[in-house]
Design a protein around this ligand. Structure first.
Ligand SMILES: NC(=O)c1ccc[n+]([C@@H]2O[C@H](COP(=O)([O-])OP(=O)(O)OC[C@H]3O[C@@H](n4cnc5c(N)ncnc54)[C@H](OP(=O)(O)O)[C@@H]3O)[C@@H](O)[C@H]2O)c1
Length: 332
């Protein structure tokens, strides 16, 4: 099979397309023939050896796939060869085939679109868990989303609107903000042009923001937190700026506010039943057309390093996705 391989930790340019033997499943695993694989920020961190998960070299990146079950090992009961599935594999998805623990694989209807399948779980799963289970966002509350045109950010904008919030989308360019508006954002903030705190003050006066969704960190965190409302909730989602949020501890005290960690992967493992309810809800909303992933670009497998490079350079809006040539042909 063909696969994108990381043989040495570093930038996307160090990845190469290689021919590898087909994988075989260990007990409790399945082999999925990959149709498409979503591109997520953690893929970038994993190839640089900067993520929580540290696969041994050499490995293929790519953590979220949609495809067809091709082999099932003993001990797997909820899946059969030929099932259409989505799965969180952690890594290995930028390849024609991947082995995945069966418990991380979810069966979807045979006609489920492979691009939607490969781009839904990570972003919507994370953002829904953050807004619903952690912040307990209520209709009528104000939600500020930083990095709002990125993968989890745009999902938070869409879900925030669906949950009845007044959504402020903050991002670094007019194009990115136009996309957020298209997804329903009520107010737009370009933090590349003017100080975030000043813009929030102008928009909200002393009222403040009830919930802040922060996948960026760095220099945006403190001005955002200074704009939080009484009993506000600040969601720590990620650190794409490369800097972990530093918020002086007196700020939550003064606002009776909470800083809340969001770790969707751990939530999914520790609270699988709750997570499955969330996923069913998201699938239902997709079916009803209430949420729809914005696809920035579909890349061929050989171009997966370019997809990661684009993500690193902040060019991607919504989601990038890698599709296997065979699946691309089938869609024509
Ligand atoms: N906690 C969890 O359970 C969980 C789950 C999934 C993902 N995450 C984390 O969430 C974060 C976002 O992931 P994602 O897949 O949504 O990423 P993404 O699509 O690349 O979006 C991230 C956004 O961050 C902003 N950004 C600011 N500085 C950046 C920089 N130096 N490099 C790249 N982007 C920068 C960009 O928006 P602007 O250009 O508009 O500033 C970009 O759109 C990552 O840290 C990821 O690890 C966490």
């Amino acid at each position: 099979m063909k696969a994108i391989v990381c043989s040495t930790f570093g930038s996307p340019a160090a990845l190469s397309l290689q021919e590898l033997p087909d994988p075989t499943p260990a007990p409790a695993e399945v082999v999925i023939r990959v149709d498409a694989c979503g591109v997520n920020f953690p893929d970038l961190l994993i190839i640089q050896n900067k993520y929580q998960f540290k696969p041994q070299l050499p490995f293929s990146p790519g953590g979220e796939v949609c495809g067809i079950v091709e082999q099932v090992s003993q001990g797997v009961h909820h899946l059969q060869v030929g099932d259409r599935v989505v799965a969180l594999c952690g890594w290995g998805g930028f390849a024609e085939k991947v082995t995945v623990k069966a418990q991380r694989v979810i069966k979807v209807p045979p006609a489920f679109d492979s691009i939607a399948g490969a781009t839904t779980l990570y972003t919507y799963g994370t953002s829904y868990h953050a807004l619903k289970d952690r912040a307990q966002l209520q209709p009528g509350e104000t939600l500020l989303v930083l990095g709002a045109a990125g993968g989890v950010g745009l999902a938070a904008v869409e879900l925030g609107k669906l949950m009845g919030a007044y959504v402020l989308a903050a991002a670094s360019s007019a194009d990115k903000l136009a996309l957020c508006k298209n997804k329903g954002a009520d107010r737009l903030i370009d933090y590349s042009k003017q100080d975030l705190r000043t813009q929030l003050r102008e928009m909200l006066g002393d009222k403040g923001v009830d919930v802040i969704f922060d996948p960026v960190g760095g220099h945006l965190s403190e001005p955002a937190f200074r704009s939080i409302a009484w009993r506000g909730r600040y969601l720590i989602v990620g650190f794409t700026s490369g800097e972990i949020q530093q918020v002086p501890a007196n700020l939550p005290l003064l606002k009776g506010a909470s800083i809340m960690g969001v770790f969707w992967g751990s939530f999914a493992e520790r609270e699988p039943a709750q997570n499955m309810l969330n996923i069913q809800q998201l699938m239902q909303w997709i079916k009803e057309g209430k949420i729809r992933q914005h696809i920035h670009q579909i890349y061929l497998l050989k171009d997966a390093p370019m997809a990661l490079q684009d993500l690193m350079e902040r060019k991607v809006m919504g989601k990038a996705v890698v599709q296997m040539p065979r699946a691309m042909e089938a869609n024509r």
